[in-house]
Design a protein around this ligand. Structure first.
Ligand code: F0G
Length: 401
């Protein structure tokens, strides 16, 4: 049993009401379970495959889910990078290994299942790319049409390719993501289309399973959870999920929730450092990490609570630091991620340099999307292949040069 509750004024709404923000005060909603009525049998969880649906007692979906087998992503020990940074317990949760290549699939398996459960026949989102790729894929699986709005010229190639190939109606807006989100929200409300951005509280329910999987994989709670922050949904989701495990008595501490933004797009970092009650939107966000090129994060209110309540922090990293970490992960650890994903680990390098990290901490960085999402940014950083005539002596000389 659950209902929707406003995180600000505590107004509640029945589970089957289609509502994205509190109609009384306009703030965010969250799925609120009657946790004392939910019995969790951990050994039963462990008999199910590591995946989003292992944790179905703590998910809102009652019907057969629309699933492409999301979750169950690897947790890698970053041995070489950790040695360089002096952090022996540094890990990366590689969310690029999901069906569409990003963590968004965890949200979409739940969100699109809920769309069907609520009787909705069309879905939509605004996106910096990954949300649109994921929604297109899950809408295709569900057999319903999807509309996606993208900021023109600012979405990585692989993500557009996915949205197009999976058959979404793809519209490029001459404006940034924040404007596209306002527009799609309005469209959904006026036309009865189901909105699947992270303002939708059901999306975050799926994404919270990142935290559950990490607790299972580490057989305990890490000291710190580090996430790249754009719209601030994912950091909020992981915190909510772990908080539920604590209320249920399944864990007894929470990790320090740590958010990393690109320095050209860092309203959450500013709010944390200046101890502001709410974020001041960044009007013209800019970064090579286009996935997190967001100036007005809709989930800021939840994210600030997550960071402050756990003694976490937020930091920003330059585009150069992001790209350097993208190359380091690729070459030192064999982990291929897109720029936004490298931001989480780049943020840890920054915090270590600033002396803000205890070297004994067990740290999990979420790397959110796959390298192939943004091939253009990869190619721009690497020397092109050396082309030769098909001759063995030319091959040998090319190898020795
Ligand atoms: N990393 C990647 C690869 C992303 O695509 C996003 C968000 C984030 C991190 C940040 O997550 O928004 O929950 O704080 N991408 C969204 C999109 C905005 O449209 O694909 P967040």
């Amino acid at each position: 049993m659950y209902r929707l509750a406003c995180v600000h004024c505590a107004a509640t709404y029945p589970a089957d009401q289609i509502v994205y923000t509190c109609s009384r005060c306009g703030h965010l909603l969250a799925v609120q379970y009657e946790l004392d009525t939910i019995a969790i049998d951990r050994s039963r969880w462990h008999r199910r495959p590591l995946s989003v649906w292992r944790y179905r007692e703590l998910l809102p979906v009652k019907r057969e889910p629309v699933t492409l087998q999301e979750g169950g992503t690897p947790l890698y020990h970053l041995k070489r990078l950790g040695e360089e940074l002096g952090l022996p317990h540094l890990y990366a949760k590689h969310e690029g290994m999901n069906p569409s290549g990003s963590f968004k699939d965890r949200g979409m398996t739940v969100g699109v299942s809920m769309a069907l459960e609520l009787g909705m026949s069309q879905v939509a989102c605004a996106s910096t790319g990954n949300t649109s790729a994921s929604l297109s894929q899950y809408a295709a699986k569900a057999g319903i049409p999807a509309i996606v709005l993208l900021p023109a010229g600012k979405v990585a190639l692989g993500k557009i390719a996915q949205a197009l190939m999976h058959g979404a109606k793809v519209i490029s807006i001459r404006g940034n993501f924040d404007r596209a989100l306002e527009m799609v929200h309005e469209l959904c409300i006026s036309h009865g289309i189901y909105l699947l951005n992270s303002v939708n509280p059901f999306r975050l329910e799926g994404q919270k399973t990142i935290g559950y999987e990490v607790v299972d994989q580490l057989e305990g709670v890490p000291d710190r959870f580090v996430l790249p922050v754009g719209n601030a949904g994912n950091i909020s989701a992981v915190h909510k999920g772990l908080n539920e495990l604590r209320t249920l008595g399944l864990i007894d501490t929470l990790p320090m929730m740590t958010g990393v933004q690109a320095s050209g797009s860092a309203p959450i970092v500013r709010a944390v450092h200046e101890e502001l009650p709410e974020v001041i939107p960044e009007k013209n966000p800019e970064t090579v990490a286009t996935a997190i090129r967001i100036g007005a994060p809709v989930n800021a209110e939840k994210a600030l609570v997550a960071i402050r309540a756990t003694g976490g922090t937020a930091t920003s990293v330059s585009d150069d630091e992001i790209l350097r970490m993208q190359r380091d992960l690729a070459r030192m650890e064999g982990i291929g991620v897109e720029p936004a994903s490298a931001a989480s680990v780049a943020g840890i390098r920054r915090l270590v340099e600033e002396g803000q990290i205890d070297r004994d901490e067990r740290i999990v960085c979420v790397v959110t999307g796959h390298l192939l999402k943004d091939p253009e940014t990869v190619i721009a950083q690497c020397a092109p292949p050396c082309e030769i005539d098909a001759d063995i002596s030319l091959l040998l000389s090319a190898l020795s040069s």
